[in-house]
Ligand binder design. Structure first.
Ligand SMILES: Nc1ncnc2c1ncn2[C@@H]1O[C@H](COP(=O)(O)OP(=O)(O)O)[C@@H](O)[C@H]1O
Ligand SMILES: [Mg+2]
Length: 372
């Protein structure tokens, strides 16, 4: 897939922006800190997966002082088909979001994956030692782009989770009834099983070629495995649902004290083990980065196989953090893909890219003499 052009209105720091990325595959967006580089990639992540890769709330995405935003992209599929996607979000007169594919209105979830993308964020450099939330988001952001069923279950799960948490707090304060928990727990178990099973299956696929990918990057660890950390053993949908239903009941008392749900896929985590030890505990910083890169390549292949389209690669401020070998490997792996990369300074390896200057609400093609 290729992003041909992008229009933003009242999104983050942009009042109005229109850019054409039709020429060339490698686009380098260069600008100082707070210039609006990440905002631009964030807009693309919303068009891809319906969600900001920073997990931002809708209100924070609207240009300050404004009540709506609009994102629009024209795309060219690998088979040469033109597509147009658009998302409009408003908070007044009432909260609403609408999606359009080729100007036909549809639920935002149905747009997921029309513009397939894979992102690499600065926090991913510490993926294995950083917060589990990012590791879960990585799985979810891939899955919502390939599975409409997963998208529906994730949205339902998150909604019901909030409702159960609110009720837990009300029960604690004496204004809620304990028997009302049942209906939420039933829904959590049902949707949670879809999510857990999808996580397990995705990790199994990624694991198939992980060792090979690592060794092609120079890390010859043995017995490389991806482990999924969860409470429970079942690996069928019915089995996971009944385990989760049982656990929700079992941990009710604890959840009531804490005032939130402590069990379920929103608390699951995953890690990479080699030779029976967790990578986070034994691998050097450089080795962890190699593993992150291997995982990035696996995500790209997964997306390409599942969508039948090469995803657009979004690299936010990570390129200059990598050593030269990894930089070269990255460029070689993404030949034939469209890549949008943000950076404060343009490394020598990227001087042949299409260069853009980002700042003051604008994104402009750089003239050769102005390259930094
Ligand atoms: N909703 C918003 N309205 C206006 N400006 C915003 C909004 N959200 C973030 N910003 C501004 O966007 C800038 C950060 O942009 P960002 O894309 O993160 O910069 P960088 O180029 O460093 O990646 C900050 O100056 C911030 O104040
Ligand atoms: Mg940034």
């Amino acid at each position: 897939m290729r992003l041909r052009s992008l229009t933003l209105q009242q999104f983050r720091s942009y009042t109005s922006l229109a850019c054409s990325f039709a020429e060339g595959d490698l686009h380098v967006l260069q600008g100082p800190n707070a210039a609006g580089k990440t905002n631009l990639l964030e807009a693309l992540s919303i068009l891809s997966s319906g969600r900001s890769f920073l997990g931002a709330e809708e209100d924070d995405l609207m240009l300050w002082g404004h009540d709506h935003y609009r994102l629009q992209a024209s795309l060219l599929s690998d088979a040469g088909e033109e597509k147009n996607i658009e998302i409009v979000s408003q908070r007044l007169p009432r909260r609403a979001r609408a999606g359009f594919l080729n100007d036909v209105r549809m639920p935002i979830g149905r747009l997921n994956g029309v513009l397939p993308s894979v992102v690499f964020l600065p926090q991913d450099l510490e993926l294995f030692t950083g917060s589990p939330a990012r590791r879960r988001d990585l799985l979810n952001d891939l899955l919502v782009q390939v599975s409409p069923e997963f998208t529906l279950s994730l949205a339902a799960y998150q909604k019901v989770l909030k409702q159960r948490n609110t009720l837990l707090r009300r029960i604690r304060e004496g204004t809620g009834r304990i028997q009302d928990l049942e209906v939420w727990e039933e829904a959590l178990a049902r949707e949670g099983a879809v999510i857990t099973l999808a996580h397990l299956e995705l990790l199994k696929v990624l694991q198939c070629t992980l060792e090979e990918e690592l060794s092609s990057l120079g890390e010859t660890w043995r017995a490389v495995q991806i482990a999924y950390d969860r409470h429970g053993q079942a690996n069928t949908r019915e089995g996971i649902a009944s385990e989760l239903a049982h656990d929700l009941l079992h941990f009710r008392e604890r959840d009531l004290i804490i005032g939130s749900t402590t069990i379920g896929p929103h608390r699951h985590d995953w890690r990479i083990d080699a030779d029976g030890r967790s990578l986070a505990t034994f691998a050097s910083r450089g080795q962890q980065r190699t593993a992150v890169l291997a995982l990035l390549f696996l995500q790209v292949s997964y997306m390409e196989v599942r969508r039948g389209e090469k995803p657009v690669i979004l690299l936010d401020d990570v390129f200059s953090e990598l050593d030269q070998v990894h930089q070269e490997r990255l460029m070689a792996s993404f030949l034939g893909h469209q890549v949008l990369l943000t950076t404060t300074h343009v490394p020598p390896l990227l001087s042949d890219a299409v260069l853009w200057s980002v700042g003051e609400g604008k994104v402009e093609r750089q003239e050769v003499g102005r390259r930094v």
